[in-house]
Design a protein around this ligand. Sequence first.
Ligand SMILES: Cc1cc2nc3c(=O)[nH]c(=O)nc-3n(C[C@H](O)[C@H](O)[C@H](O)COP(=O)(O)O)c2cc1C
Length: 149
Amino acid sequence: MKKAAIVYASTHHGNTLKLVNAISEKHDVVLIDATQQKQADLSEYDIIGFASGIDFGKFYSSVENFLKENLPKHKKVFFLYTCAKTSNRFTKSIIAEAKQKEAILLGEYGCKGYNTYGPWKIIGGMNKKHPTETEIAEAVSFFESLLLI
Ligand SMILES: Cc1cc2nc3c(=O)[nH]c(=O)nc-3n(C[C@H](O)[C@H](O)[C@H](O)COP(=O)(O)O)c2cc1C
Protein backbone atom coordinates (compact mmCIF):
# COMPACT_ATOMS: atom_id res chain seq x y z
CA MET A 1 0.00 0.00 0.00
CA LYS A 2 1.22 3.49 -0.88
CA LYS A 3 2.07 5.87 1.95
CA ALA A 4 0.58 9.31 1.30
CA ALA A 5 0.84 12.74 2.89
CA ILE A 6 -0.93 15.99 2.06
CA VAL A 7 0.58 19.32 3.04
CA TYR A 8 -2.17 21.93 3.12
CA ALA A 9 -3.21 25.46 4.02
CA SER A 10 -6.85 26.52 3.95
CA THR A 11 -7.04 29.84 5.72
CA HIS A 12 -9.78 31.76 3.88
CA HIS A 13 -12.92 29.65 4.45
CA GLY A 14 -11.67 26.08 4.91
CA ASN A 15 -12.64 25.32 1.29
CA THR A 16 -9.53 23.35 0.41
CA LEU A 17 -9.68 21.56 3.75
CA LYS A 18 -13.05 20.10 2.66
CA LEU A 19 -11.28 18.32 -0.22
CA VAL A 20 -8.41 17.21 2.00
CA ASN A 21 -10.68 15.96 4.79
CA ALA A 22 -12.84 13.99 2.36
CA ILE A 23 -9.72 12.24 1.07
CA SER A 24 -8.42 11.48 4.55
CA GLU A 25 -11.81 10.17 5.69
CA LYS A 26 -11.60 7.47 3.01
CA HIS A 27 -7.86 6.86 2.85
CA ASP A 28 -4.92 6.53 5.17
CA VAL A 29 -3.25 9.90 4.57
CA VAL A 30 -1.05 11.94 6.88
CA LEU A 31 -2.16 15.59 6.93
CA ILE A 32 0.29 18.41 7.58
CA ASP A 33 -1.03 21.93 8.16
CA ALA A 34 1.68 24.15 6.66
CA THR A 35 0.43 27.14 8.66
CA GLN A 36 1.22 25.29 11.91
CA GLN A 37 4.19 23.15 10.97
CA LYS A 38 7.18 24.34 8.98
CA GLN A 39 9.26 21.15 8.89
CA ALA A 40 8.60 17.45 8.33
CA ASP A 41 10.48 14.44 7.10
CA LEU A 42 8.67 13.52 3.87
CA SER A 43 11.14 10.83 2.83
CA GLU A 44 8.92 7.92 3.90
CA TYR A 45 5.95 8.89 1.68
CA ASP A 46 5.35 7.42 -1.78
CA ILE A 47 3.05 10.25 -2.85
CA ILE A 48 2.86 13.77 -1.48
CA GLY A 49 0.07 16.24 -2.15
CA PHE A 50 0.18 20.00 -1.79
CA ALA A 51 -3.23 21.60 -1.22
CA SER A 52 -4.09 25.27 -0.94
CA GLY A 53 -6.44 28.10 -1.62
CA ILE A 54 -5.19 30.58 -4.23
CA ASP A 55 -3.83 33.93 -3.23
CA PHE A 56 -2.97 36.37 -6.03
CA GLY A 57 -2.66 33.60 -8.59
CA LYS A 58 -0.49 31.22 -6.55
CA PHE A 59 -0.65 28.59 -3.83
CA TYR A 60 -0.38 30.10 -0.35
CA SER A 61 3.23 30.87 0.48
CA SER A 62 3.11 28.56 3.55
CA VAL A 63 2.53 25.58 1.24
CA GLU A 64 5.03 26.63 -1.42
CA ASN A 65 7.67 27.32 1.26
CA PHE A 66 6.98 23.96 2.85
CA LEU A 67 7.68 22.27 -0.46
CA LYS A 68 10.89 24.28 -0.94
CA GLU A 69 12.12 23.41 2.56
CA ASN A 70 11.03 19.81 2.93
CA LEU A 71 10.40 17.98 -0.35
CA PRO A 72 13.11 15.38 -0.96
CA LYS A 73 14.28 14.85 -4.55
CA HIS A 74 12.49 12.52 -6.98
CA LYS A 75 9.19 12.29 -5.08
CA LYS A 76 5.79 11.74 -6.70
CA VAL A 77 3.70 14.84 -6.08
CA PHE A 78 0.21 16.15 -6.82
CA PHE A 79 -1.67 19.38 -6.31
CA LEU A 80 -5.14 20.31 -5.05
CA TYR A 81 -6.60 23.78 -4.90
CA THR A 82 -9.75 25.82 -4.56
CA CYS A 83 -10.04 29.29 -6.05
CA ALA A 84 -12.44 32.01 -7.15
CA LYS A 85 -12.20 31.13 -10.84
CA THR A 86 -10.40 28.00 -12.03
CA SER A 87 -7.23 28.31 -14.09
CA ASN A 88 -4.39 25.86 -14.63
CA ARG A 89 -1.85 28.68 -14.25
CA PHE A 90 -2.34 28.62 -10.47
CA THR A 91 0.04 25.69 -10.15
CA LYS A 92 2.74 27.27 -12.32
CA SER A 93 4.84 28.62 -9.47
CA ILE A 94 4.62 25.59 -7.17
CA ILE A 95 5.29 23.24 -10.09
CA ALA A 96 8.43 25.24 -10.88
CA GLU A 97 9.54 24.65 -7.28
CA ALA A 98 8.69 20.93 -7.52
CA LYS A 99 10.77 20.70 -10.70
CA GLN A 100 13.73 22.08 -8.78
CA LYS A 101 13.38 18.95 -6.64
CA GLU A 102 13.15 16.76 -9.75
CA ALA A 103 9.68 15.68 -8.59
CA ILE A 104 7.47 13.37 -10.63
CA LEU A 105 4.30 15.35 -11.34
CA LEU A 106 1.20 13.17 -11.02
CA GLY A 107 -1.39 15.85 -11.77
CA GLU A 108 -3.68 18.41 -10.23
CA TYR A 109 -7.32 18.94 -9.28
CA GLY A 110 -8.79 22.39 -8.77
CA CYS A 111 -12.30 23.67 -8.25
CA LYS A 112 -14.14 26.78 -7.11
CA GLY A 113 -14.28 27.78 -3.44
CA TYR A 114 -16.34 30.30 -1.50
CA ASN A 115 -14.63 33.68 -1.75
CA THR A 116 -15.25 36.87 0.18
CA TYR A 117 -12.07 38.68 -0.74
CA GLY A 118 -12.32 42.40 -1.54
CA PRO A 119 -15.57 43.71 -3.03
CA TRP A 120 -17.16 40.25 -3.02
CA LYS A 121 -17.60 40.59 0.73
CA ILE A 122 -20.11 43.42 0.28
CA ILE A 123 -22.48 41.19 -1.66
CA GLY A 124 -22.00 38.15 0.57
CA GLY A 125 -19.21 36.53 -1.42
CA MET A 126 -19.01 34.47 -4.60
CA ASN A 127 -19.16 30.67 -5.16
CA LYS A 128 -21.21 30.35 -1.99
CA LYS A 129 -21.92 26.66 -2.40
CA HIS A 130 -18.41 25.63 -3.48
CA PRO A 131 -16.76 23.26 -3.20
CA THR A 132 -19.93 21.27 -3.89
CA GLU A 133 -20.45 17.64 -2.92
CA THR A 134 -19.70 16.75 -6.54
CA GLU A 135 -16.43 18.69 -6.52
CA ILE A 136 -15.43 17.10 -3.22
CA ALA A 137 -16.18 13.65 -4.67
CA GLU A 138 -14.14 14.54 -7.79
CA ALA A 139 -11.17 15.42 -5.60
CA VAL A 140 -11.43 12.04 -3.85
CA SER A 141 -11.67 10.25 -7.24
CA PHE A 142 -8.66 12.20 -8.47
CA PHE A 143 -6.66 11.06 -5.44
CA GLU A 144 -7.81 7.47 -5.94
CA SER A 145 -6.69 7.57 -9.56
CA LEU A 146 -3.18 8.45 -8.33
CA LEU A 147 -3.04 5.35 -6.15
CA LEU A 148 -3.22 3.27 -9.33
CA ILE A 149 -0.17 4.94 -10.93
C1 LIG B 1 -6.26 37.59 -0.30
C2 LIG B 1 -6.96 36.67 -1.28
C3 LIG B 1 -6.50 36.60 -2.58
C4 LIG B 1 -7.13 35.74 -3.50
N1 LIG B 1 -6.64 35.66 -4.80
C5 LIG B 1 -7.25 34.84 -5.68
C6 LIG B 1 -6.76 34.72 -7.01
O1 LIG B 1 -5.78 35.34 -7.41
N2 LIG B 1 -7.43 33.91 -7.89
C7 LIG B 1 -8.54 33.19 -7.50
O2 LIG B 1 -9.12 32.48 -8.34
N3 LIG B 1 -8.99 33.24 -6.22
C8 LIG B 1 -8.39 34.04 -5.30
N4 LIG B 1 -8.86 34.11 -4.01
C9 LIG B 1 -10.00 33.23 -3.62
C10 LIG B 1 -9.53 31.99 -2.84
O3 LIG B 1 -8.47 31.33 -3.50
C11 LIG B 1 -10.70 31.00 -2.69
O4 LIG B 1 -11.74 31.58 -1.93
C12 LIG B 1 -10.23 29.69 -2.05
O5 LIG B 1 -11.28 28.75 -2.15
C13 LIG B 1 -9.85 29.85 -0.59
O6 LIG B 1 -9.44 28.61 -0.11
P1 LIG B 1 -9.35 28.24 1.44
O7 LIG B 1 -10.70 28.51 2.07
O8 LIG B 1 -9.01 26.80 1.43
O9 LIG B 1 -8.26 29.09 2.02
C14 LIG B 1 -8.25 34.96 -3.09
C15 LIG B 1 -8.72 35.06 -1.76
C16 LIG B 1 -8.08 35.90 -0.88
C17 LIG B 1 -8.61 36.00 0.54
